[in-house]
Design a binder for this molecule. Structure first.
Ligand SMILES: [Zn+2]
Length: 71
């Protein structure tokens, strides 16, 4: 039995089956919670990669602008 809601992190009333804050079922098997944590980690990693790709693209654009100015 989790001490807080796995969805909204509100603390739960002991023996609660449903979160009083977000009304979601809090009796979730641990395997599903682990799967969710894994997805959250993958999402964070994907966001990081996206930010890196954007920074790289911006750098290339700046370089291109500089070379255009020289011509
Ligand atoms: Zn909740």
């Amino acid at each position: 039995m989790p001490a807080e809601c796995p969805f909204c992190a509100q603390s739960l009333v002991p023996q609660a089956l449903v979160c009083s804050s977000c009304s979601r079922d809090v009796t979730i098997p641990e395997t599903l919670i682990a799967e969710r944590d894994d997805l959250v980690r993958k999402r964070a990693q994907a966001r990081e990669e996206l930010a890196e790709a954007k920074a790289e693209l911006e750098m290339l654009r700046r370089r291109q602008r500089l070379s255009l100015r020289r011509n």
